[in-house]
Structures are given as C-alpha cells and as structure tokens.
Design a protein around this ligand. Structure first.
Ligand SMILES: NC(=O)c1ccc[n+]([C@@H]2O[C@H](COP(=O)([O-])OP(=O)(O)OC[C@H]3O[C@@H](n4cnc5c(N)ncnc54)[C@H](OP(=O)(O)O)[C@@H]3O)[C@@H](O)[C@H]2O)c1
Length: 268
C-alpha cells in the first residue's frame, strides 16, 4: 500500500511514525507533503521518509491520502489536490469540523473518510472515531480502520453526526483529564504537600485506577463503593461532589463541546 500524508505536523507525523513502526507500510511507500522547512528537516532525520514541500502530480500514485493540515488551510490545498485525484484513491481527513460533504465537494471526490483522533495517538494509545461517505465500500473501511488502529483503537460510526459527540468525548477528552489532575494536585499543595510529591501521588492514582477499571467486571458505581466506606473520607468528598452538582456540570461541559463541534461543522 502507498500512503501520502499531507501536513507533517503533530498529527501527520504521528501517523507516519505509527505506520512505519507497525510495518503497515514500507518507508519507500510513504510520502509526507509538508511546507514548513524546519519540520521537513526534523521529519527527514527522525523518520527517513520521502518528504516534499509541495503537492505535485506524483500524488496520483498513492492509494490513500491522509489530509492532516489545519482546517483553515484546507480550501487552498483542495484547489490543487482536486486536480490530481483519481476516483480509486481513498481520502482520509482528520481535520476537525469539516464535513464529508464539504470535503467531497471541494475535492470533487467521492471516496472520503473523516476521522477524529486524539493526542494519545502519539503513544499508540489513542482512540479515533471515523465515518465514511455513502458508497465507500466495506473493504476500504476495513483497510482504513487498520491504518487508524496503528495509533490505538478505532471505532466506525455509521452516522457522521456522531463525530461531534466523539469530538466532545475523546477528541477533547485528554484536556478534561489534565484539568482534573491539575486540580487534584492543587488540592494536595493546599494541604501542604510539595507539588512534585502531590503530582506523583495523583498521577499514579490515576494510572492505577485506570488499570483496575480496565480489568474489572464491576460497574463504575460498584468500583466507587469499593473505595468509599460509610462515613469515611471518600464519602465526604463524593458528598461534596454531589452537593455541588459536579456530575451534571461535567455532562454540561461535554454538551458545550458537542455544540461547538456542531457549530464548527456548520461553518460558524
Ligand atoms: N492535535 C489534535 O489533538 C487533533 C485531534 C484531532 C484532529 N486534529 C486535526 O488534525 C489536523 C492537524 O493538526 P495538527 O495539530 O497536526 O496541526 P499542525 O501541527 O499545525 O500540522 C499541520 C501542518 O500542515 C502544514 N500544511 C498546511 N497546509 C499545507 C499544504 N497545503 N501542504 C503541505 N503542508 C501543509 C502546516 O504547515 P504550516 O505550519 O507552515 O502552515 C503544518 O506543519 C487539524 O486539522 C486538526 O483539526 C488534531
């Protein structure tokens, strides 16, 4: 398989690394198109793949083209890319908020898949929700799922509208996690523990709790009960969460992210 990645920034280079590490594509079958010269030099020395600084007609030789530029750069890119595309090529867009319909229209191309990854993809433990244009066949969807899974897990969403919820849950999710960790560390500091020690306590707690959650058949409520004994310290904290409606605030925050994703998709 020959894969071209347009945009060699954070996400584009993540895919290039993941494809090489997983042996899904040979180095000589991978092309990165990146216009920023500092990044070109960095990627050349780190990955040893072919990099060119502009799109040329050789793009027609690639089976799959991944578009990893910022959404605001897409219109200009589409003007050139559309002149080179052949109907059998697959396009994967990871651009936030640009719908399949818009991508298809600007590229005059039908074989379009839209994916929403998240930053843990950099370490191979990301999660990607993806959706395909009507008419993209099952074999192509299966191949693209394999490509996306080189950076972690991938879930196919039949309904493209669900990508707004995916954006709110997992796309933005890492930031919510850092936010909670940050405030737990702050609490530790206010209790008199130095920042480094508080950070170690909180980060290892998050890691250990994740491992239990991921290996347990218990429900989340049951796991909470295992930690919180009647009249104890955990219960005091949980009562404070409930009194302050923290659960509902979290749901509202994610709904705000989903609404913003919808606005961006509609061009707001
Ligand atoms: N980061 C995330 O968590 C995340 C998650 C999900 C989806 N995404 C999506 O992933 C995409 C890439 O994000 P990123 O964080 O990787 O951005 P980034 O680091 O800015 O990378 C984009 C790269 O593409 C280059 N570029 C722009 N137009 C180009 C063109 N016509 N030809 C070749 N290269 C071009 C840019 O160069 P210049 O800097 O010189 O313009 C830049 O180096 C975005 O659309 C974003 O919405 C990101």
């Amino acid at each position: 398989m020959k894969i071209a990645i347009i945009g060699g920034g954070n996400m584009g280079s993540t895919y290039a690394k993941a494809f090489i590490q997983s042996n899904i594509v040979k180095k000589e079958s991978l092309l990165i198109v990146e216009k920023y010269s500092d990044k070109i030099n960095e990627l050349k020395s780190k990955l040893g793949v072919v990099i060119q600084d502009e799109l040329t007609s050789n793009i027609t030789a690639f089976d799959t083209i991944i578009i990893a530029v910022k959404p605001q750069d897409f219109r200009v890119l589409a003007g050139t890319l559309s002149t080179y595309l052949k109907p059998n090529q697959s396009i994967i867009s990871i651009m936030a908020g640009i719908t399949i319909e818009k991508i298809s229209a600007l590229l005059a191309h039908k074989n379009v898949v839209r994916a929403m990854p998240n930053t843990p993809a950099q370490l191979g433990c990301g999660i990607t929700g993806f959706s395909a244009a009507v008419g993209v066949n099952e074999d192509t969807i299966t191949t693209i799922k394999l490509l996306l899974e080189t950076t972690g897990k991938a879930i196919f969403m039949k309904d493209e509208n669900m990508l707004d919820a995916v954006t709110a849950l997992s796309g933005s999710g890492p930031a919510y996690f850092y936010y909670i960790v940050k405030h737990m560390i702050e609490a530790g500091k206010q209790m008199g523990i130095d920042e480094a020690t508080a950070a170690t306590l909180v980060k290892q707690t998050m890691l250990g709790s994740f491992q239990i959650m991921n290996n347990s058949t218990l429900s989340l409520d049951e796991m909470i009960k295992m930690v919180a004994s009647k009249g104890g310290t955990t219960e005091a904290a949980l009562n404070s969460f409930d009194a302050n409606n923290v659960g509902n605030h979290i749901i509202e925050a994610l709904q705000a992210a989903e609404s913003r994703a919808k606005e961006l998709s509609q061009g707001a």
